[in-house]
Design a protein. Structure first.
Length: 504
């Protein structure tokens, strides 16, 4: 049943000022309230549209002042502090009497921070067959089956009210700044920018552009002798750049001497490319300008990553992660054997040790197949689809939220607020989501494919790809290959039939 009269419940809570903090004045509090509500309503309506629900009513609830906790008398004669929530009660009653046929909220804990509120909601949801659909923007509110209900109870149990509220409010503040591309604030400054306002500092910006150019091999400040020593394909080494910066007495932020690590660190910051980072992930464009254009900066990062990896023979062998052992099902690894490089179901890595293939044979055959595929229009169309798949900010936000939730969950289990089965169930659900988000985020495929498909001659573009990039292309085409045992009757010849594409 798709709800046609859903209620959208919006709730904002107000953190009480801590000791020594000034009480926010009423106008500022109001402004904060409408901002938070505005975002929640936008998110809630977007979710409704996506699900095909129709929102009949929006109930904003401000539990920040007028509806703060009140001391009420309980049936046994004692008194207790209870949050009085007319908005939530109105939504519940509407769901119970059929005025509304579904509920959307921002997050489970906007709906019920108090376990008693949740139990009331569960009662209403379960009073109808099929259950009344309820959902939330963050995905935390699911009551459509017993597992969902258990999960919701666990999540509400997880709440350690005071500390959690404070933490979340700080987090949301940062999220808001991040979403608006504003600087994170705080006392320290990153190389290239002022601490206050995140304004570029021109002398440092110049050094950042220089570092990028030296890594990319197109700097025009080298002497002819220096230039002769730099392979434009590989760029200048970080050690060499650091040595030159030291020689020129170029200051760092901390006053420490330049080293390869600090050169890598200053140029790797997304802020340099005008991108806003949050919890280690780029969340979008920043309000400040790029010092190094984004595509150039991406190239720098890719080069540094490639350098880092090139020491690793397993990653130079681009079919690592593509070939699978037909006997035991583990992936084969690039391996430096006595008879040259090969892919092996490596015993030291827990493999059966029985399947191996000479690296050149397998690579030549897969390359032959890829080049053939790249000549086909339908294949190119498929690759273009993958190339257009952008990792959305939504995925990043989801990942951050899930990771935070996992931490909270572990804390709750440690404090014995959860039994082990409850903890395990909740953890399993969250971990699965995290795994999926991570897989999306770490995929290099879109970037690599865009570059490949932009090449005038796609086959020529392939020949210029780094080993890790080749792997991305192969994996965009096939899930991988099973490697069959070598038929000894064939002598030393390689039978291409040993590589069998497997089903995803
Ligand atoms: Zn094996």
């Amino acid at each position: 049943m798709t709800p046609q009269r859903a209620v959208l419940l919006l709730r904002i809570s107000y953190r009480k000022p801590e000791d020594g903090e000034e009480e926010t004045d009423e106008t500022a509090r109001r402004r904060e309230f409408s901002k938070g509500i505005g975002r929640q309503e936008e998110d809630g309506r977007a979710l409704a549209a996506r699900l095909g629900w129709t929102v009949a009513k929006v109930i904003p609830e401000d539990d920040t002042s007028a509806f703060k906790r009140r001391r009420i008398k309980l049936p046994d004669g004692s008194t207790a502090l209870r949050t009085v929530r007319p908005g939530f009660r109105e939504a519940l009653e509407g769901l119970a009497d059929g005025t509304y046929d579904g509920m959307i909220a921002d997050d489970l804990d906007r709906v019920a921070r108090d376990p008693r509120d949740l139990e009331d909601l569960i009662d209403v949801v379960e009073s109808s067959r099929p259950r009344i659909p309820v959902t939330s923007v963050t995905g935390s509110l699911r009551l459509d089956d017993d597992a969902g209900v258990t999960m919701a109870r666990v999540m509400v149990a997880v709440a350690n009210k005071s500390s959690r509220d404070t933490a979340r409010r700080v987090t949301r503040k940062h999220e808001e700044l991040a979403a608006e591309g504003k600087p994170p604030g705080g006392g320290y400054r990153g190389y290239g920018f002022t601490a206050a306002g995140h304004e570029p500092i021109e002398e440092e910006a110049e050094i950042l552009r220089e570092i990028a150019a030296r890594i990319l091999g197109d700097w025009d400040g080298w002497t002819p002798e220096q230039r002769a020593q730099v392979d434009p394909e590989l760029g200048e080494s970080l050690n060499s750049i650091a040595a030159d910066l030291r020689r020129r007495n170029v200051p760092t932020v901390t006053g420490a001497l330049w080293a390869d690590r600090s050169v890598r660190s200053v140029i790797s910051k997304p802020s340099v490319a005008g991108l806003r980072e949050y919890r280690g992930e780029v969340v979008g464009k920043a309000v400040w300008p790029a010092i190094v254009p984004e595509d150039r900066w991406e190239e720098v990062r890719a080069r540094l990553a490639g350098r880092h990896r090139s020491v690793d023979v397993r990653l130079q062998r681009w079919l690592t992660g593509v070939l699978r052992c037909s006997r035991c099902g583990l992936m084969l690894h690039g391996w430096q054997g006595n008879n040259g490089p090969r892919y092996w179901c490596a015993k030291p890595r827990g493999g059966c040790g029985k399947i191996a293939v000479k690296a050149a044979f397998a690579e030549d055959e897969v390359q032959r197949q890829v080049l053939e595929l790249l000549g086909r229009e339908d294949v190119l169309r498929q690759l273009r689809t993958v190339a257009d798949t952008e990792v959305t900010d939504e995925v990043r936000a989801e990942l951050a939220a899930d990771e935070a939730q996992l931490k909270e969950l572990a804390g709750a289990y440690a404090r014995r607020q959860l039994t082990f089965p409850e903890y395990r169930e909740a953890r399993g659900i969250i971990e699965q989501r995290i795994k999926e988000s991570r897989a999306l985020l770490t995929s290099r495929a879109p970037r690599v494919l865009r570059r490949l498909l932009a090449a005038e001659d796609v086959a020529g573009g392939w020949s210029e790809l780094t080993p890790p990039d080749r792997r991305e292309v192969v994996l965009a085409l096939v899930p991988g290959y099973d490697v069959l045992p070598h038929d000894r009757s064939m002598g030393n010849r390689f039978d291409p039939g040993r590589l069998v594409p497997f089903e995803a």
